[in-house]
Ligand binder design. Structure first.
Ligand SMILES: [Zn+2]
Length: 379
């Protein structure tokens, strides 16, 4: 689709125009100067190059800025929303390892309604920041999956739920879980009893769903047994070697990185190495108990910390990891395209259009953000 001439849609054109964004448009096609007319929901009613959309309509407000598709959080543990204090300075496994780590004790001690309310609040935060889906690792078996589905009601965020069985060696539980979850989200292979990973692979395949898992987060793990599981997504890879990453590229597996969460435990994901290899990168805000589910802060931290380590990454890589790549990985590329008729909605950052990827990755603050439709409820 060209960006030279205005492009009008029939169905979408009936939505009342509310916002005219003049500046730059970032989507799956790249970053281009231009302008868009948005409806109340943030859907694109018209798009053109600058100065081609005619005079402002009476219902329209004009803003200068950068239009982007809504984002996808590549990795969360929303269940952690029940406990949001500074994590104690104890070893990592004492905080997150099942079944006796701090987070699992907190989850066990919280009532279902407390968990639903806390997860709902996190999802509302995400929606207010223009995140419309999250790939969530949900602990607590089938019950955990159901609580998150309940928590998402009335929000604009779609949880894509990778459930975790209480007993990873129970084929029966895996089948019940996979009947409702979107896939399985496993802790690292090294945390699983012998045979559990292979059983998970078989059952995910049988159910036609997706397997995601943590790998090489706190220590190096061999990559071959991980890739043998045919994962849909790997998370972390902080300790992966160059050869491991070559194998990940060969296997065409995308990787979610969580730089803020890793930094708390003196780790760093290999973002520049993934970028160099062209491996699809997603950005995840990880445990809500550690930090807010805010991809803008994640992008800024990723950018700055990568430079501080002498392993700089392109702002474009980080922006695409939040707003474009996950939609492609999920098989919904049109949600990352801002054109008339696209299912994707737009958000706006009131920032200068020059060097738009850098503006978004490193210069954006909440006060710059406009999210049309985010106050609306889908309930
Ligand atoms: Zn995780």
């Amino acid at each position: 689709m060209g960006d030279r001439s205005p492009d009008r849609g029939s169905r979408e054109a009936r939505e009342r125009p509310e916002l005219r964004v003049v500046g730059a448009i970032i989507d799956s096609e790249g970053a281009l100067p231009g302008e868009v007319r948005l409806g109340r929901s943030g859907r694109v009613l018209e798009r053109g190059s600058r100065g081609t959309l005619g005079p402002l309509l009476p219902s329209e407000r004009k803003v200068h800025g950068i239009a982007l598709p809504w984002s996808v959080d590549g990795h969360t543990h929303l269940g952690d929303s029940v406990w949001t204090q500074e994590p104690p300075k104890i070893p990592f496994h004492q905080v997150v390892a099942p079944p006796h780590g701090l987070k699992h004790r907190v989850l066990a001690a919280s009532s279902p309604s407390e968990k639903v309310e806390a997860m709902h609040r996190s999802l509302q935060t995400m929606a207010s920041l223009g995140t419309s889906a999250t790939l969530d690792f949900r602990e607590e078996g089938l019950g955990g999956v159901r609580l998150l589905r309940r928590a998402s009601k009335g929000t604009l965020v779609e949880p894509i739920i990778f459930g975790r069985p209480a007993d990873p060696l129970s084929r029966k539980e895996l089948r019940t879980l996979l009947a409702e979850a979107d896939g399985l989200g496993l802790s690292a292979i090294r945390d699983l009893p012998l045979g559990a990973a292979e059983l998970a692979r078989q059952e995910v395949k049988r159910a036609g769903k997706r397997l995601a898992l943590h790998a090489s987060e706190s220590v190096w793990e061999p990559i071959d047994p991980v890739l043998d599981l045919k994962p849909f997504l790997l998370v972390h890879l902080c300790h992966a070697t160059g050869d491991d990453l070559d194998a990940v590229r060969e296997a065409k597996v995308p990787v979610a990185v969580c730089p803020r969460s890793n930094a708390l435990y003196e780790r760093f994901p290999p973002i520049a190495q993934l970028e160099r290899r062209g491996i699809p990168i997603l950005l995840g805000t990880d445990n809500v108990m550690f930090q807010s589910p805010d991809l803008f802060r994640e992008m800024e931290f990723a950018y700055l910390s990568a430079r501080a380590r002498g392993e700089p990454v392109e702002p474009r890589t980080l922006v695409e990891a939040a707003f474009v790549t996950p939609w492609k990985v999920l098989g919904r590329p049109r949600s990352a395209r801002l054109e008339v008729g696209s299912p994707g909605r737009a958000l706006v950052l009131r920032l200068p259009p020059e060097d738009p990827y850098y503006q978004v990755a490193a210069r954006s603050a909440h006060r710059h953000l406009l999210v049309p439709g985010s106050s609306a409820s889908e309930a």
